[in-house]
Design a binder for this molecule. Structure first.
Ligand code: SPD
Length: 336
């Protein structure tokens, strides 16, 4: 079984109850809109509607069969419900994190895009990703010897282990060590050049994940990576968040002196039906993300775990093809 540790020696992110003027306007707006009825839509009874200032004027809805869990951690509201058509759904602060039906697209792509782009990854760090799905995917790589994960919210880990066994199965891999704590503080304490790959599986940049989208965090990642090491981070939607993506690309271009790329995948239950990833490498051996050198399709690891549902080498290369409106903006930021 995986080891577990709780930091005592690192500064912890302050829980939301302690926030004075620190809560963002966006967070406050969301709480105002959604604090009644625990995110079950007042408009269509029996449906969950995902309402957030991050996608104003729209709200994807899922029909609820049964609410299985509702809790409030030190950091966020946590809910699990059984939906009619997407299986069980994990919701944090009113935002869908995963559904049993389409989680494979996100977890496989955010993991295999970086790990299939370098030969023999050995040490991997996951920031966030408390549900364990990214761990499940990292564990497919037989070259990997050490998998560290730093998740701020223990309730997410516990809830995933109880309600999402096919996702949290990642924790059963003996190479995994779980650290409960603030990913920003964890990374600052990592000795330079430690990891071959860092995967940042965060929620959206309001609430506990806000700092995971800021420049100092990316600087810490670059320091923690070996030369030619790779990072993959959740990088939002080209339909909804071009301003966020522009900032991330600008920061990454300044920090990662290897390559900087935006890739994307379809996820039906995420806002706008898609989500993107920033794939960057540090100075050192060249990483050509668009042409995987470490294919997992033929990897013998699949005989020990369930087959991949979504990722393959063709999708890997296609994920970097962008619609013209996004390509124009991202390429211009990448060159500046
Ligand atoms: N808009 C929601 C983005 C959620 C990204 N993280 C999902 C966690 C799945 N492991």
């Amino acid at each position: 079984m995986a080891e577990e540790s709780v930091f005592t020696d690192l500064p912890m992110k302050r829980p939301r109850e302690d926030e004075e003027n620190g809560a963002s306007a966006a967070t406050e707006a969301m709480e105002t809109e959604t604090n009644s009825n625990d995110y079950i839509s007042p408009v269509i009874p029996g449906w969950f509607s995902e309402i957030s200032p991050m996608w104003p004027g729209e709200a994807h809805s899922l029909k609820v069969e049964k609410i299985l869990f509702q809790g409030k951690s030190d950091y966020q509201n946590v809910m699990v419900f059984q939906s009619s058509t997407y299986g069980k759904v994990l919701v944090l602060d009113g935002v869908i994190q995963l559904t049993e039906r389409d989680e494979c697209a996100y977890q496989e792509m955010i993991t295999h895009l970086p790990l299939c782009s370098i030969a023999n990854p050995k040490k991997v760090l996951v920031i966030g990703g408390g549900d364990g799905g990214v761990l499940r995917e990292v564990a497919r790589h037989t070259s990997v010897e050490q998998i560290d994960i730093c998740e701020i919210d223990k309730m997410v880990v516990d809830v995933s282990k109880k309600f999402f066994p096919d996702v949290s199965v990642g924790y059963e891999d003996p190479r995994v060590t779980l650290h409960i704590g603030d990913g920003v503080a964890f990374l600052k304490a990592v000795p330079g050049g430690t990891y071959d790959a860092v995967i940042v599986d965060s929620s959206d940049p309001i609430g506990p994940a806000q700092e995971l989208f800021e420049k100092p965090f990316f600087e810490s990642i670059a320091k923690a990576l070996r030369p030619g090491g790779v990072v993959s981070t959740q990088a939002e939607s080209i339909w909804l968040h071009m301003n966020i993506i522009e900032d991330i690309v600008t920061n990454c271009r300044q920090i990662f002196k290897g390559s900087v790329n935006y890739a994307w995948t379809t996820v039906p239950t995420y806002p706008s039906g898609m989500i993107g990833f920033m794939l960057c490498s540090t100075e050192g051996p060249t990483v050509d993300f668009k042409h995987p050198v470490n294919p997992i399709d033929s990897n013998d690891s699949q005989s020990k775990s369930k087959p991949l549902k979504f990722y393959n080498s063709e999708l890997h290369t296609a994920a970097f093809c962008l619609p013209s409106f996004a390509k124009k903006v991202i390429d211009s930021k990448a060159q500046s």
